[in-house]
Design a protein around this ligand. Sequence first.
Ligand SMILES: Cc1ncc(COP(=O)(O)O)c(C=O)c1O
Length: 621
Amino acid sequence: MSINYNYSIELARSQDFPNLRDTVYVDHVGATLYSRSQMEAVHKDLMSNLYGNPHSHNASSKLSTDTVDQVRARILQMFNTNHKEYSLIFTSGCTASLQIIANCFRFGTGNHTCLLLNNVTQIAECLFLIFVILRILRKEKKNYLFLDAQQGVFCYLDDNHTSVQGMREAVADRTSGIFCLDEQELVQAICGAESSSPVAESSVDPESINGEATLPPTVPQSLVAFPAQSNFSGRKYPLEWVLRCKQSGLSVPSRKSSESEKWFVLLDTAAYVSTSPLDLSRVQPDFATVSFYKMFGYPTGIGALLVHKRAWSSLDKQYFGGGTVAASTSKGRFHAFWKSLHDRFEDGTVPFLNIISLKHGMDAMQKLAGNMQVVCDHVFAVARYFYQHLSKLQHGNGQPLAEIYGGVNFETSCSQGGVVTFNILRSDGAYIGYSEVDKFANLHDVHLRTGCFCNIGACQRFLSLSDKVIKENFDAGHVCGDNMDLIAGRPTGAVRISFGYMSTIDDARVCLRFIADSFLEKPVTIPAFPNPDCPSNDSGPKVRKLTDIHLYPLKSCGAFKVSEWEMGSKGLLYDREWVLVTDAGVTIGQKKIPQICMLRPHIDLESRRFTLNFPGKSDFL
Ligand SMILES: Cc1ncc(COP(=O)(O)O)c(C=O)c1O
């Protein structure tokens, strides 16, 4: 197996991450780090451009609107999809995205109606009314469709973040059941459904293109949620489950499912996408949730909910605020939502400066680390080195130093991310509490994470904590985030080390060193990482080289890359010279036609010829 450790990261790291000079940061699943060049680019962008509130109509507002739409298109492109397949709703983070689904997903035909009947007379009156209605319907001999409470279920894997777990409380009144399954039960439920008659793959409701509100679904709609990567152990779950769940649904024990039931899949990609490529053209969950600070470190408070077109009509929105309605009245309870899904779900003013800053995060990561597959291989190589040596560390009597969780083996980056979670053991096998490990880590300037990482399901599974024990621990005063790390000798949480795109083997070595020095009786040697291609670390004076020039001859369209170019009186010749307009002379930006960012310009200076290309089309202008 080739281990693709990216040595160039080591050279760039000292320049681009000065805040890592004397520190080892290994809490990248918590939040990754921003680079110097990224922050400089953000600063330069915000200082040299005037960005106004996108809801206004002045030039600065238009610039914000166009740039936000450009970033939206670029994020979709990063996940190998486009606005025709997925709608991207900006949210304040993964949790907010999950809340939207919890509050708006339509499990079926309306809510259970609860009649409060106080006495026998009221009950009799109610029964009489139902009898009369049924008689009338029979007399008219019409085909009435009874919208009886046919509701789907909500299933989730136990190894989910609490922000998925918490959805159960918001959906409880609208579902006919809630099921928390472990991995084996989920696999059985998928296989069980596949061996019975398959659920017809539901097509997009033509009435609901753009997510316009439609009548409640006439069949139960069920939802299954699992993470693409566990934030506890770094285990990557098979993405083929997405298609299998969508095609056949789940067969949950003790539940009779309806043949017409539709199944929707929610993939929580928060821990996965920061170090693994997500290809939404291949894996097509109905919903995917993201927090961008986990990918780029900055800005915080911005995430996304990606909704596949198949699921656009499965979300039912009630609240409106700010720019989400095309019209409304103040008294008469009239309002009309915008047609496009993101417009109707992005209440208030979107955090436009944060969204604009995202493009510098994407640029910085690409420039420093390359594409996501390179990042994935690099992070895997660092974590694998750490895992292999941690699992070999032993006390003098042969007792292993660490108990590592998650059934990980680091054979391939397809099934394991850059995370290692463990507890430290004494030579007699007793646990050392995670708070003690945290204190030693702080002494060595190692920043790691301890506890249950808001994933109580995984914690319960790997630490064998039953519901009863969790409640007993709570009664004994233990709460999330405190430092009651051992109760009756058993750990209440663990230690998590997680690597990011700028992590190096040296980070892993420092972590191994501090663990061995702090908890083993005798000093040990930590073997070096094989580095046959390692370039010299000797850094002389840095020579800056201009590698590319990007021109934007047509506003809002793609860039034209050159290595040299003529200067005109206003700067680079033909840069931002043209703009698309309608017949009426109104400018066309990406807000109106997002695809224009795909237009690729080309200028031949000799023949003074300007050509525009569009992917898949030969020169058309
Ligand atoms: C797998 C997973 N899902 C959801 C979340 C919640 O993300 P946020 O707190 O950014 O909303 C996290 C955060 O760590 C996570 O790791």
